[in-house]
Design a protein around this ligand. Structure first.
Ligand code: XMP
Length: 516
């Protein structure tokens, strides 16, 4: 757990698509933050004892019946509060202001004038560019409030309550389009909440090592390696904490990318010398996938087979009482449904294939308070290779869901070879880190081509590259034409059985990132 005296900012989530972004912005300013449902009680807040509270935005209208609320007691506790968009409107309404729909809604980049350089706008210029996204706004401000900023259409773009430490911004300081948004958040944290900034990856890592040792004591931990960064950092952290009382299981399902299995094995054998159990199970998976074309069936078969193999192997490791999982913070945040409603769903994430509780292990989840970028920072600190730490996310079912139609050994080879060329060229062009995820897909059709004097009838490879912060929405990445050209001609020339390459230019939504 995060230590009690650590400075903490609570983010009350009203269903904002940006709640995680707010949490990350706070942490980037070296203050720990946690997202909690807006239904949290004042007593719970008191117990947590945060240095400040941020009320997030949200899709509802504060003036309708059943609009998401927070306890009035929280607003009058004396803890500094920053309301963002819906959060500002809600706080203002609770403190006596009037909120109404506007005639001219504001969306996107907007010029904003700061007319009161209080602590919230310290070190900012008078004219700033902010990101607006609202249909409602505060229209009447009682005398207990001060206006801090305005835009052409929004007379109260930022406000402050004179008695309560309540601040509100109608714009979104958490998004990068608000050019000095991070400074606004920083001012709230340091000037208003009095934070000192003691959240650092280094201290988190040390605390985490301590927690692992306390939890595990003399026990043995089993950790499933998937080839991705989360399980690798989990294993490396636990290894640092308890040394060779860690046993890792790596199931090579034959559905990984080129050399990925070898790289994982090498990293953990050479750098960490862990007790590594590698199970080569390609044939077992391919056998089960024979004749299967339905994506969900593929997923189920692969997940099930993985569990069976993992179980068989884990049972051979005597004395193992703990199972390490690379669960991340976004997987455990209680998420608020975007359109209100009383139910709070807890996202359940199943790393490395979803291991069932009946395995009877106690879970060790050292990354459960971290965002992906923070996990990468720890991975680098622990000396994991750069290639592994910055690897694009890769789905559990692997290449099987990038082979549209039946998965066969031959089709796997074709896709693996095309994917290898794609990644090589993307790395060569220095684009790997700016693309969030990039991969090749093998389509279930043949097209006509000419090769030499011969007519060919061969496979099509699709290239997918996306830019995204949360993988919930994504834009297609604009790979420069010349690089696309090189990728295409190399794949067609070097991969046997491919005579056409196409580029996927769909956004998510309505498309998804993967093709299956
Ligand atoms: P979609 O295709 O849903 O993908 O837009 C969003 C992110 O999730 C990954 N993904 C998966 N990861 N098992 C996983 O572990 C799966 O079955 C799966 N399907 C999609 C995808 O690669 C992307 O990062």
């Amino acid at each position: 757990m995060i230590e009690e005296n650590n400075e903490k900012i609570l983010i009350l989530d009203f269903g904002s698509q940006y709640a995680q972004l707010i949490a990350r912005r706070v942490r980037e300013n070296n203050v720990f933050s946690e997202i909690v449902p807006h239904t949290i009680t004042a007593e719970q807040v008191k117990k947590i004892n945060p240095k400040g509270i941020i009320l997030s935005g949200g899709p509802a209208n504060v003036y309708v019946k059943n609009a998401p609320q927070c306890s009035e007691k929280i607003v009058s506790m004396g803890i500094p509060i920053l309301g963002i968009c819906y959060g500002m409107q809600l706080g203002c309404q609770m403190l006596g202001a009037t909120v109404k729909p506007t005639t001219t809604r504001e969306y996107g980049r907007t010029a904003c004038t700061v007319n009161n350089e209080t602590t919230l706008f310290k070190s900012l210029s008078k004219d700033i560019t902010v990101w607006m996204s609202h249909g409602d706004q505060v229209v009447e401000l009682p005398p207990e409030f001060e206006s801090l900023a305005f835009t052409h259409n929004c007379p109260f773009a930022a406000i402050k309550h004179k008695k309560n430490a309540f601040y509100g911004v109608q714009f979104h300081p958490e998004v990068t389009h608000t050019l000095q948004g991070s400074q606004v958040i920083r001012n709230f944290l340091y000037e208003i909440c009095g934070c000192t900034g003691n959240w650092e990856m280094h201290s988190y890592r040390e605390k985490s090592l301590d927690d692992i040792r306390k939890q595990v004591r003399n026990g043995r931990v089993v950790c499933g390696l998937s080839g991705g960064v989360d399980s690798a950092v989990t294993a490396a952290l636990i290894y640092r904490a308890i040394g060779n009382r860690l046993s890792c299981i790596f199931v090579d399902n034959g559905l990984l990318r080129n050399y990925e299995a070898e790289e994982v094995i090498k990293t953990f054998k050479d750098n960490f010398m862990v007790d590594l159990h590698t199970i080569y199970a390609q044939d077992r998976f391919l056998d089960k996938l024979k004749g299967i074309t339905d994506p969900e069936k593929k997923r189920k078969i692969i997940g099930h087979e993985f569990i069976e193999i993992f179980k068989e192997e884990a049972m051979k490791i005597s004395g193992a009482k703990f199972l390490a999982q690379g669960t991340l913070y976004p997987d455990v945040i209680e998420s608020i449904p975007a359109h209100g409603g009383p139910t709070v769903t807890i996202k359940s994430h199943h790393n490395v294939g979803g291991l069932p509780a009946e395995l009877g292990f106690e879970l060790v989840e050292p990354l459960r308070f971290l965002f992906k970028d923070e996990v990468r920072m720890i991975g680098e600190e622990l000396g994991l290779p750069e290639e592994l730490v910055w690897r694009h996310p890769f789905p559990g079912p692997g290449l099987a869901i990038r082979i549209i139609g039946e998965v066969t050994g031959r089709r796997l080879e074709t896709l693996r070879s095309a994917d290898k060329i794609l990644i090589e060229e993307i790395r060569r062009a220095g684009l790997y880190r700016s693309i969030s995820q990039c991969f090749a897909v093998l389509l279930p059709l043949n097209t006509v081509g000419v090769m030499g004097d011969e007519r060919s009838y061969e496979n099509v490879i699709a290239i997918r590259a996306v830019e995204t912060t949360d993988f919930m929405t994504a834009d297609w990445y604009r790979i420069p034409d010349e690089i696309l050209g090189t990728i295409s001609s190399r794949i067609i020339n070097e991969v046997e059985g491919v005579n056409r390459v196409v580029y996927d230019i769909s956004t998510k939504p309505p498309s998804t990132i993967e093709w299956e």
